[in-house]
Design a binder for this molecule. Structure first.
Ligand SMILES: *Cc1c(COP(=O)(O)O)cnc(C)c1O
Length: 247
């Protein structure tokens, strides 16, 4: 059972992460308000997520410039299991892991955005199950080419995005990637720059439905500075807020 960290501990870690984002944004000549913080909550019980949301709410009560954190779940099973325990807080929850077509219904019950669209078939299935409001989605791109990574290759990402925007029932809001597993900052940054280039090509296409596709969800605890430098609008942070998952 994971212990629930003290409020002060969570506030301190959230503050440290927001300071890292701010410094990286300032260094890149960007406004720190342009980067939202998504908490990657895999393996964390709902009690811990509630504590993090409460810490975030307390911070925002002291500083009304802060945007609320987003929640990101990797596995539909966890999304569904924790959803009822968080429903009273109604956090904006993104699915950031792979979605099998037989789990689309379950995922859409709790996720407000599916960041992990990697085929037109999946986008169609999501669109088919959308209610009155289209579902927000991102196209996930494998910028590093590492075979273990999800997402479409960068060469196919623009075509997939243009296919997605043509569907009713989904709204393309941007692009997501898991960065290269490398200690070489240049390799990591080049991958994040590639995601930005994919996005800009889609925006520049001027195709109907592309104007809103501005999000770049990229960067994690270890490399969020590189991602912010390359234009991240959402950074996904787990361990820097919740501590090590294997401890
Ligand atoms: C776990 C995870 C993160 C966060 O990683 P940390 O190293 O814990 O910050 C971000 N994105 C995805 C898709 C993840 O699975």
């Amino acid at each position: 059972m994971t212990d629930v960290p003290e409020r002060d501990v969570l506030v301190a870690r959230l503050t440290a992460v927001r300071e890292r984002i701010d410094r990286a944004a300032v260094a890149a000549g960007r406004a720190s308000g342009d980067v939202r913080l998504l908490l990657a909550t895999k393996t964390m019980p709902a009690t811990v997520i509630r504590a993090a949301l409460a810490a975030d709410a307390a911070m925002r009560a002291d500083d009304d410039r802060l945007a609320p954190v987003l929640i990101g779940e990797n596995r539909v099973q966890e999304l569904v299991a924790k959803g009822p325990d968080l429903v009273d807080l109604s956090p904006a929850t993104h699915l950031i892991g792979p979605l099998q077509s037989n789990k689309v219904n379950a995922a859409l019950r709790w996720a407000t955005c599916v960041e992990s669209v990697e085929s037109l078939d999946l986008a169609r299935r999501i669109a088919a199950r959308a209610g009155e409001r289209p579902v927000d989605v991102c196209v996930q791109v494998n910028v590093s080419g590492e075979p273990t990574k999800h997402g479409v290759p960068a060469e196919e990402a623009v075509d997939l995005a243009l296919g997605v925007v043509a569907l009713d029932g989904v709204r393309l809001v941007g692009f997501m990637t898991v960065g290269a597993h490398s200690t070489d900052d240049l390799v990591v940054r080049t991958g994040y720059a590639l995601l930005r280039q994919v996005r800009d090509r889609v925006l520049d296409s001027g195709a109907p439905g592309t104007a809103g596709a501005r999000e770049l969800s990229m960067g994690m605890s270890r490399d969020l500075e590189a991602a912010v430098a390359e234009g991240a609008t959402i950074v996904r942070v787990g361990t820097a807020v919740f501590g090590s998952r294997t401890a």
